[in-house]
Design a protein around this ligand. Sequence first.
Ligand code: 13P
Ligand code: SF4
Length: 350
Amino acid sequence: MLDQTTIAETLGQHYDLAPSLEAAERLSDVYETMSRVVTPADWAIHAPYVEAINRLKKERNAVILAHNYMTPQIYHGIADVVGDSLQLAIEATKVKADVIVQCGVHFMAETSKILSPEKTVLIPDMDAGCSLAESITPEGIAEMRRRYPGAPVVTYVNTSAAVKAASDICCTSSNAAQIVAALDAETIIMTPDKYLAQNVARQVPQKTIVWYDGACIVHERFTAAELRDFRSWQPDTRIIAHPECPPDVVAEADFSGSTAGIIDYVTREQPGKAMLVTECSMASNISDALPGVEFVGPCNMCPYMKMITLEKVLWSLHSMDGAVEVDPSVAEGARLAVQRMIDLSQRSAA
Ligand code: 13P
Ligand code: SF4
């Protein structure tokens, strides 16, 4: 990828990207979806990019799949589909377009490529990684198999294609308990997120779950003590935690679920005050749709998710740089592990 200055200069030669009150006004209906969290001045900066991206998307026959942790200007301004990891993976199997732009992190783009190998899958920043994906290699899976012979390996989708290929089945935060419960084995290996595994162990006590030593740098930073302090200060706050948080944090929460599960819960319950114990963009993205909910308390930013910006999305569509490739021999094994997860989730949901 070129350096940021060259990218900005090149884009400036092809598109009118100067801050524009006129563009902001033309996209006032889009602005309505984020007016609680994006200032009018910032919208005048974003709107020209949003217009350029949406035009180019049509020319390239591209769709943008965006994770719930994207910024509001990506989530509301340019995404065709938004969702949690499972929803985005399922969507990748259905997309009709020639090009997928994955607004999320690298393992998500790799999953889309595995499920839609004939499509061009672009990631706007190749360095958008994930602490969980970086924590484990196929050798780590082999070591767990040596320690627990015969136990099936359930691997979080937040991993490389090679790690998925070395596993028996994948899971996401929305279906991990369901997948573990459905497996015909007493002892189950879960990798690489130790906290997700420990939270699932509580939900599925009939299984013995052993785990790998990985963690998400965003969710491991929350503590049960800070949640307790907050609750004693503002007792009417509904606390909602992602299952990548440590189990004592999840135990303090009123609800725990995937990012889509969290959105559904807050939308359904509409508490007066809600604390989303997860990535900061979650509250920003649903704030305007839920004017009666006040979002309070701490959140943490994912530095990898925040590498994806409007400028980089426009560059990837303009240059078609950043195509994700997966070695076909690895892709086949990884696809099997992901597809088993999708099939099992959809069968249980039916
Ligand atoms: P979900 O959106 O599947 O809950 O995943 C959260 C996450 O941390 C993705 O990287
Ligand atoms: Fe990885 Fe955590 Fe960031 Fe999700 S939030 S991409 S799990 S580091």
